[in-house]
Design a protein around this ligand. Structure first.
Ligand SMILES: [Mg+2]
Length: 117
């Protein structure tokens, strides 16, 4: 089963995502609390997929995307409605899919399954 890194500064949001993934059998998840932590864990943990929040302290999701070596990890960006400009930038920086907040379990699993195959 794939290893999934969840990067979001909201502990509540990380917990929601972790539970959605676990119910579908994706039990191998790790969490990052901001962009700096995300980059560290991308290096350390060899995850297959990153669920990446955009608005985070220290380093935001766009900053993370700019620093990920090409092809290192697949990235699904999680962003709020009204952040279309950032979504376009994220796409140009290599994000493969998007989940829009507020989301439901189905939105998340559909995107994750599509990316992980
Ligand atoms: Mg956030």
């Amino acid at each position: 089963m794939a290893k999934i890194l969840i990067a979001d500064d909201s502990a509540f949001m990380r917990s929601v995502l972790k539970n959605i993934l676990a119910k579908e059998g994706y039990n191998d998840t790790i969490e990052a609390v901001d962009g700096v932590d995300a980059l560290k864990k991308i290096e350390e943990e060899k995850a297959d997929l990153l669920l990446l929040d955009i608005i985070m302290p220290n380093l935001d999701g766009i900053g993370v995307l700019k620093k990920i070596p090409a092809g290192k990890i697949k990235v699904i960006v999680i962003s709020a409605v009204g952040q279309e400009k950032m979504m376009n930038e994220a796409k140009s920086l290599g994000a493969v899919d998007f989940i829009i907040k507020p989301f439901d379990a189905e939105n998340v699993l559909e995107a994750v399954k599509k990316v992980l195959g």
